[in-house]
Ligand binder design. Structure first.
Ligand SMILES: Cc1cc2nc3c(=O)[nH]c(=O)nc-3n(C[C@H](O)[C@H](O)[C@H](O)COP(=O)(O)OP(=O)(O)OC[C@H]3O[C@@H](n4cnc5c(N)ncnc54)[C@H](O)[C@@H]3O)c2cc1C
Length: 389
């Protein structure tokens, strides 16, 4: 067993670290001041400059297959990069990638949706959740009814990330009421905004909100079915499953940076004649935070390693997501506590992180759903206790 990084991994990790330190960290004040103003978190002109710099460095399309002009760095490297990017609250992504399920499109769909998304000229959103169907996507009620060469979609979607900005949506709708949704009753459609859906912004405790999408007799050409008719549910699960270890990977970077702030602050903040770092109450918060961060790191890397090997990484990803979401909330809470009143102000990024990481326990499967998945796998014998090695 070898826990060390390869020379290439170290080199990429250091390059991303420098990009974060030099290009993103200096923008943090601006991002803190302009919360809720821009969908990208940063003034669009400035964001464009960052994109150009990332492209100059050759850091574009890091997860995109080589045949589509990307670097295809793989899951392990993506996890390491996500850890570095999580250190800053400037929400930047090395673009040039597209939703995994768009690769299931036919050649025409790839030309119209996948490639423009990779190139950044079109924006997608993933529309599964509905007012009555979140943790249980099999409860979706949006319908698509065949009418000649078209399907007519009716229904509403909620909490759709990027839904206000998207040019097209991957929409999941019931196409066969006689079959259970998870077993042949649901289809995924590629639906352009021009086909008639509308959206509205949902304010949240985070820095930028998702959207509600509304479909009233939206006519979609039959050629816009993604994948196969009545096979949409599997695609939806594939999309969700792909991201689960990325969330805790980013959380590691955030928690590490916050913990370093707490360590520095504890050494210089004096109370009752001593730096607070000398008090055991503070030392234990620091120690517990460090242990939890390290535990998440290895769970994330294990899930990413499984994904990279082409193994089924769903169980390991649920374990990493549950652990990482809990860890981030514990650590940021302790870091705020160590900073006292200062931690609660908007002068420091801590209160922003506090609000941000709360989401990790809710989206892409709540804590309870991860526990449900993990225990179900164990109870049904899909995963054996202790078989990780
Ligand atoms: C900011 C944000 C962005 C999002 N982006 C997207 C997106 O891009 N696309 C998309 O489709 N969706 C998106 N979502 C939706 C997200 O996936 C759902 O909010 C999430 O799955 C939970 O569903 P719900 O909100 O309906 O809660 P519910 O499912 O109603 O759950 C309410 C509570 O009940 C618990 N619960 C539910 N079922 C069980 C059970 N069987 N056992 C135990 N406890 C249970 C839950 O854990 C939770 O605590 C986003 C949500 C947010 C907040």
């Amino acid at each position: 067993m070898d826990f060390s990084l390869s020379e290439e991994q170290k080199m990429i990790q250091q390059t991303v670290r420098r990009f974060v330190d030099r290009e993103l960290m200096p923008l943090e004040n601006e991002v803190l001041q302009s919360e809720g103003k821009y969908p990208t978190g940063v003034e669009p002109g400035l964001y464009h400059e960052l994109v150009m710099k990332a492209k100059e460095m050759g850091f574009w399309g890091i997860n995109t297959p080589e045949e589509y002009g990307g670097a295809n760095l793989g899951a392990m490297m993506s996890a390491l990069i996500a850890m570095e990017m999580g250190r800053t609250l400037v929400p930047f992504t090395f673009g040039g990638s597209a939703d995994n399920i768009l690769y299931h499109g036919n050649e025409q769909q790839k030309a119209e949706y996948l490639i423009p998304t990779i190139e950044g000229t079109r924006k997608s959103c993933f529309a599964l959740t509905e007012p009555g169907a979140g943790s249980d996507p099999s409860a979706i009620r949006s319908t698509a009814v065949k009418d000649g060469n078209h399907w007519v979609i009716n229904g509403q979607k909620v909490f759709i990330t990027g839904g206000n900005e998207a040019d097209f949506a991957m929409v999941f709708a019931v196409t066969d009421r006689n079959k259970p949704p998870q077993n042949g009753g649901v289809t995924c459609f590629l639906v352009d905004r021009e086909m008639g859906w509308t959206s509205s912004y949902i304010p949240t405790m985070g820095d930028w909100g998702p959207a509600s999408l509304y479909f009233e007799d939206v006519r979609v050409p039959a050629k816009n079915i993604l994948g196969e008719l009545n096979k949409g549910f599997d695609l939806g699960m594939q999309w969700i499953g792909a991201g689960r270890w990325r969330i805790p990977a980013g959380a590691i970077g955030t928690a590490e940076r916050a913990l370093q702030m707490a360590v520095d602050y504890a050494k210089q903040r004096v109370s009752m004649g001593h730096p607070i770092a000398e008090y055991q109450a503070i030392q234990w918060m620091i120690a517990d935070s460090y242990v939890e961060i390290e535990a998440t790191r290895w769970l994330v890397l294990y899930a990413a390693w499984q994904a990279e090997q082409g193994m089924d990484a769903r169980h390991a990803s649920s374990v990493a997501k549950l652990n990482g979401a809990t860890m981030a909330n514990h650590v940021i809470d302790r870091v705020m506590q160590i900073h006292g009143g200062m931690g609660y102000t908007k002068e420091l990024p801590i209160e922003r992180w506090y609000r941000l990481v709360r989401l990790y326990r809710i989206f892409e499967g709540t804590d309870e759903i991860q526990r449900y998945i993990i225990s179900r796998n164990l109870l049904r014998g899909h995963v054996k206790i202790g078989e990780a090695l």
